[in-house]
Design a protein around this ligand. Structure first.
Ligand code: NAD
Length: 239
């Protein structure tokens, strides 16, 4: 499929690692220019990139980063929100604090809200596209991850709200199941290494992001693309 992303100006948050880094590489491979934003150190993979350090929860810092990338590229065509944290994993509700809850929502939800709010003035009406990373955890939950699951459900609703709010800029989200990244390795350790469940790669996720960023998906808006090998399609009916 021809994606026609060559020369497009793309901003990716969470671009230092995992899915964000895979997205940056995939856009670069298509000939796009990529602004890589992260609170950690970004090692640019080569190509037409600019790396800017910013915390997505800090409106001023993120605003400066968005402006720096947009000025460098003369505007933005695509914005991809990958920055995210998992918060408590395997933690019972009784041991989950309000601070845990609000810190996960601050990055995973407020960070995405701020990103779109700040990038909107640079995105062209008619062709601009935003792709946010949600998760299959918005739909199917594992115990012990209440803040993360709540945050990803909120990203799906945020996607719809932004799609109707933004005139002429499409907003969609991708909801992958477990993906082999530093985040998943830190959370699951040996369980991931010896996984008896399907695990996808960050490159798999990046391909969905590219499609949703491209004009090939111009009729798709406000949607959550659930990429989970069909796991959530299975009924509990014993057959
Ligand atoms: N790995 C999975 O199994 C999986 C599955 C579904 C969805 N996701 C989502 O995909 C996104 C990327 O996750 P990943 O697995 O690549 O994780 P990762 O930890 O490998 O990468 C996340 C990146 O986000 C950055 N980041 C975190 N908080 C930030 C902040 N406040 N400001 C700026 N940057 C910040 C980190 O520095 C890191 O570089 C996340 O939103 C995650 O929830 C991951």
């Amino acid at each position: 499929m021809r994606l026609d992303l060559a020369g497009k100006a793309v901003l990716v948050t969470g671009a230092a690692s995992g899915i964000g880094l895979a997205c940056a590489r995939a856009f670069l491979a298509e000939g796009a220019r990529v602004g890589m934003v992260d609170r950690g150190t970004v090692i640019p993979p080569g190509g037409d990139t600019i790396a800017v350090r910013a915390d997505v929860t800090d409106e001023r810092e993120l605003g400066d980063a968005v402006t720096a990338v947009a000025r460098e590229f003369g505007g933005l065509d695509v914005v991809v929100g990958c920055a995210g944290i998992s918060g408590p994993v395997g933690t019972p509700l009784a041991e989950t604090t309000a601070e845990d809850f609000s810190s996960v929502l601050a990055v995973n939800v407020t960070g995405q809200f701020l990103l779109v709010k700040l990038a909107r003035p640079w995105l062209p009406r008619g062709t601009g596209a935003v792709v946010l990373l949600a998760s299959d955890s918005a739909f199917t939950c594992a115990p012990g991850m209440v803040p993360y699951c709540a945050s990803k459900g909120a990203v799906v609703a945020l996607t719809r709200a932004l799609a109707v709010e933004l005139d002429g800029v499409r907003v969609n989200c991708v909801c992958p199941s477990v993906t082999d990244t530093p985040m998943a390795r830190a959370d699951l350790g040996e369980v991931l290494a010896k996984a008896e469940f399907p695990v996808q790669t960050a490159d798999d996720v990046a391909q969905h992001v590219l499609y949703l960023a491209s004009a090939r998906s111009r009729t798709v808006n406000g949607q959550a693309v659930l990429a989970d090998f069909g796991v959530s399609a299975r009924s509990g009916f014993p057959a």
